[in-house]
Write a protein that binds this ligand. Sequence first.
Ligand code: FO1
Length: 311
Amino acid sequence: MTVLALTGGVGGAKLALGLAHVMSPEDVVFLVNTGDDFEHFGLHISPDVDTLVYTLADRANKETGWGREDETWSFESSMKQLGGDTWFRLGDKDLATHVYRSSLLSTGSTLTEATQEIAHSFQIEHRVLPMSDDPVRTMVATNEGILPFQDYFVRRQCEPTVTGIEYQGGAAARLNPELNLDSISKVILCPSNPYLSIDPLLSISELAGFLRTTSVPVVAVSPIVKGLALKGPTAKMMRELGIQPSATTVASHYQDLISGFVLDQEDANHSAEINRMGLRTAEFQTIMRTFDDRVQLASDVLGFCETLSSD
Ligand code: FO1
């Protein structure tokens, strides 16, 4: 039986790396957010897919978590010279990924097939599946109008005030057909931004319906510790959406879809309130600074799933 790990950006990829280290390729499948995808210079860019692939291949930029390590920037400097956009940084190695994926897509490959080619080229044996081969795009409603995700997150550096988020295409998108939900024995929502990275996955009705009705353990790992987002705009955005940024609000956001919630040890005081939502809780060290932290949290979360299975 297989563990299904839902993941988005940098935070989720950290736990995914830990899971890949403790589980064999046939025992886990990574379903990745594509709501951040966009067309840039005529290229199809899949940031969260690439973040996971580079992270599993140990080729990710360690400072940013996205893009490749040991990058060179000749393309970017020439683009700047030409007067083209450089707000979305494309390193030379990373650019090859986008060009190669776009060439596969333009000759009829699905995003899944292109991702498998790319993952294979990095000798990744674990299964990395885009959540859908149909387009889903996270659109951020702001005081400057509705912005595609990368425009909000990168071009505008998350400055606009967020008034809402929608996942264009989610309702019509088909769950990745490579995913066999009947083979799933546990589901883990990795600690990515709930609104920007996990909710696009949950906008796919077949997946949300499965989580709502399954009897297998579904465990979410909080991306918020002590009210502060570990990475990215989570806390600022939650405040702007009128949501008190805390582990408890993340748990309540997921509560109809999950059976267990993992908090950081620092947030153990929230456990009782979350238990009253009907959720089991566990407290681990969820701040992953080192590789060993990633592996330890993966083991802890899998152990917690086991206790839920035996309920
Ligand atoms: N994030 C930034 O803040 N600035 C960038 O210039 C940038 C470039 C970039 C290039 C390729 C890629 O795969 C990701 C990139 N990201 C960048 C991150 C991207 O915005 C992701 O969507 C976030 O990591 C959120 O998941």
